[in-house]
Design a protein around this ligand. Structure first.
Ligand SMILES: *Cc1c(COP(=O)(O)O)cnc(C)c1O
Length: 449
């Protein structure tokens, strides 16, 4: 081996991680996986209760996806989409266009959720420039939005913990209050009234900024990273109606909620909403390889057409855009959705029922303030005082404590602050759901009681 100098035993600088805590030790090393189970170097098994960060759909080492990637390997691992193309990329785009809501017909590939969002942002901006409405440059977003960690995506985000530090590097945006039914700023607890207020606030802001705005970006139905905040029914439709009425684009970031998590292929489908731009990532390859897509309507796409000299081209691309191995995995994942009728069995079938029962049981615990979910995606918020909705002190890291206890019970989770995320692969079995909820309940009780 080539060696020039001494290096740390593990030189990896881990994401979202206070490295001082590791003090030379690595985090748990995962050596293998099968179905919904992860295995560490000692052979200890853990149920993958967070889908390896909200990505895995059909389980690990699914034979159909494994084979598709191996077959593609036998042809070519990577070529480019800059000036050339490949059959798998075209076929996947066709299938996505067939599946996606309403008028979304064009597919621009990239390699992570954040890049899918950057692309949507630039497309929306350039679209209005090309339409001659050059006064438009603003974006509306929800107050606790999360759209990824690159600077454009962070500008569209609203989570102070991740974003505030970079304030001066960001472009300014219009913050629309997140429709949060558990933690809201209004007096009283009449849900109908609270929902009306949120509906009204969004309407006011959209109206006010309509003339100068490019678009409104939203995580449909569930704001994931903000703590699995489930929007009231009709909110997405409401935003769609308003953005249409006031002539701005609707950008749906389905990086987390897409590919069946909430029970339909896309969360927008629940409210028959067709966005102008749609961001996909995470589960697109079944959780196997980095791939993302930004989908656009024919109306948006056609604004970019013209003679080369008109400079209407969308000048954007990444080296690994539309990587063939990733496209092969994504095609195989869609094939598995069809063959295994994943949506029917997971979400409208007994699994959703069992998941919902598990959530309702957790809701009865003394320190569970709120449970929030759709389909097989959700979380439980831990509180010090249930009546007062009083949070634990930040330094106590109550969520972290709970997931470390769950790990002892053989279940792998990752919290969002005080919210314990429960988001298994759609392939999870009823027995595995029982394991997930039993371990979570035990861990919460052990830490909070
Ligand atoms: C995870 C996530 C992203 C970012 O995706 P990466 O692949 O991590 O860049 C963007 N939007 C939402 C809603 C997400 O949950």
């Amino acid at each position: 081996m080539l060696r020039k100098k001494e290096v740390p035993r593990d030189p990896v600088w881990y994401p979202f991680t206070q490295m001082q805590e590791f003090a030379g030790h690595s985090p748990l090393i995962i050596a293998a996986a099968q179905g919904c189970w992860l295995e560490d170097e000692q052979g200890k098994r853990y149920l993958d209760g967070f889908s390896s960060l909200w990505a895995n759909v059909h389980g690990h080492r699914h034979p159909v996806i494994d084979r598709a990637i191996a077959d593609q390997m036998g042809r070519v691992a990577h070529t480019t989409m800059l000036g050339l193309t490949h059959a798998g990329g075209i076929e996947l785009a066709r299938q996505l266009a067939e599946l996606a809501p309403g008028g979304l017909s064009r597919v621009f590939y990239s390699d992570s959720g954040a890049t899918a969002v950057e692309i949507a942002l630039k497309m929306a901006y350039q679209y209005w420039q090309l339409k001659g409405e050059t006064q438009r440059y603003k974006f509306l977003k929800l107050s606790e939005a999360y759209h990824g960690d690159t600077i454009g995506a962070v500008s569209l985000g609203g989570m102070d913990l991740f974003h505030e530090r970079f304030d001066r590097l960001l472009f300014s945006t219009i913050k629309v209050p997140t429709p949060h039914l558990y933690r809201h700023p209004f007096a009283g607890d009449d849900e109908k009234e609270i929902v009306e207020r949120y509906f009204f606030l969004s309407e006011e802001l959209i109206e006010k900024h309509a003339e100068k705005s490019c678009g409104f970006i939203i995580e449909p139905l569930i704001q994931g990273a903000a703590g699995m905040i489930v929007h009231p029914p009709g909110y997405l439709k409401h935003i769609r109606d308003l953005t249409r009425k006031h002539n701005m684009l609707l950008i749906a970031d389905e990086v987390a909620v897409g590919f069946g998590r909430t029970g339909k292929m896309f969360a927008s489908d629940w409210e028959d909403v067709s966005p102008d731009l749609l961001c996909l990532g995470k589960g697109i390859t079944g959780g196997y390889l980095p791939l993302a897509a930004t989908m656009a309507t024919e109306e948006v796409f056609s604004a970019f057409l013209g003679d080369f000299s008109e400079l209407k081209t969308f000048f954007h691309g990444h080296t690994y855009t539309g990587n063939p191995l990733a496209c092969a995995a994504a095609l195989a994942s869609l094939q598995v959705f069809a063959e295994e009728k994943t949506l029917d069995t997971s979400v409208f079938g007994p699994k959703a029922q069992r998941y919902s029962e598990g959530m309702k049981r957790l809701e009865t615990l003394a320190h569970v303030g709120s449970v929030r979910y759709r389909g097989l995606m959700g979380g439980v918020e831990l509180v010090q005082d249930k009546n007062m909705k009083e949070s634990y002190p930040f330094e106590q890291r109550i969520g972290h404590q709970v997931i470390m206890e769950a790990r002892k019970e053989g279940v792998m989770l990752r919290p969002l602050g005080d919210v314990i995320v429960l988001m298994p692969p759609l392939a999870v079995s009823l027995q595995e759901l029982d394991v997930l909820f039993a371990a979570t309940e035990e861990a919460i009780k052990r830490v909070t009681e």
